[in-house]
Ligand binder design. Sequence first.
Ligand SMILES: O=C(O)C1=C[C@@H](OP(=O)(O)O)[C@@H](O)[C@H](O)C1
Ligand SMILES: C=C(OP(=O)(O)O)C(=O)O
Length: 448
Amino acid sequence: MSRTEQIKPAPLDVHASPRPLSGDIAVPGDKSISHRALMFAGLAQGTTRIVGLLEGEDVLRTADAMRALGADIRREGRDWVVDGRGIGSLDEPADVLDMGNSGTAARLLCGILASHDMTAVMTGDGSLRKRPMRRVTGPLAECGATFLTRSGDRLPLAVRGAAQARPISYRLPVASAQVKSALLLAGLNASGLTRIEEPVATRDHTENMLRHFGVPVDVTPLEGGGCAISVQGPARLAARDVIVPGDPSSAAFPIAAALLVPGSSILLRGVGLNPLRTGLLQTLREMGADLRLENERVEGGEPVGDLRVTAGTLTAVDVPPERAPSMIDEYPVLAVVCAAANGRSRLRGLAELRVKESDRLSATAALLEANGVSVTIEGDDLLVSGCGGPPPGGGSVATHMDHRLAMSAVVMGLAARQPVHVDDLGFVDTSFPGFVRLMNGLGAGIGA
Ligand SMILES: O=C(O)C1=C[C@@H](OP(=O)(O)O)[C@@H](O)[C@H](O)C1
Ligand SMILES: C=C(OP(=O)(O)O)C(=O)O
């Protein structure tokens, strides 16, 4: 049983915020960048200092796994310091690698293991064991690794990494930064050019951070759209310090709450603004949200800024499917915002939501329905009939071991007319430790 499953469910009734939200906060570090910082630092030669690492459950699993592969990882004050092992010099893990709730940790690690001459076994919690793994194990087998998976597609899995990995050339069938990153990571220890074609752009933190650690990454536009990303192996990573920006996917929750609780105005400092992550901000602006960016700057190679959010009236939105990768984790909370808007919103092309920590498409629909909001799933689209103000609320929400559903349900509770019962807030620590404390610092009165 993994750590997250040992925690007793933490149910909570969330009441409407007793006052407008106000104040000035910084959300925790970006989860995607934090996983990569630990992995790349562990693969590098030398010592890396990481500032602003997310200390969420998912990232701590990556730290444990990289330690099991021989990296020395420790906390020094508020920073994390990693003495890397170097590509090709990793230890064979002495025990099963437990990736907890984290798809990113599991899939990216498969990439590292596939091109190292060792045997490893990997598992995860009850949510992660339901998620598809063939999307990485299939193409990674091309480099010479052998994977044994439960039912051909699920954790637990065993991998026998290739002794002399071959480079992979692959066109992504789904828009997934995890699959892209796993294949690029395998390519670092393969002899020759690894080339990944990406028809639709996904978050490019792997490419950015590889360059930061001194590995050339070529990105060439493809005729007909998308691009090809290549790395030449074997590569050497040189340790470099990393600054992790605030996670825009975590910022989504206080942003949504501030838009919906009347009279609110908050400032979020140091939010990551990588253009492949800002689909939610674009969508909220289309709904009429008052979002103002201040102090835009580049920190640690990623654009960041401070974001002023002011409550106001919102109108329905039609979100095109090609925007999904730039806001894939934000749809549950966007649906809650749409529930309070004027008119019927259509969120298109959400097939990938079905294979997240839960089936987020049906679970988001259930969250809204339980709280008196009319919602329909048509194919891969979610249609939400906005209430033109506070939704009725009064429902009970099943979070299915899914942190984003839990936080979306809290936002619904803060904005709704009747309290919302959330069955388990425990998984919030996956990506946003201190979420309730931070929201209460803005005046939300959760659990008061
Ligand atoms: O690469 C990453 O760090 C992530 C990619 C996305 O998953 P997919 O690649 O499966 O879309 C996202 O949902 C996840 O939270 C983090
Ligand atoms: C989908 C998510 O993460 P992962 O795939 O890493 O579990 C998420 O954080 O919403």
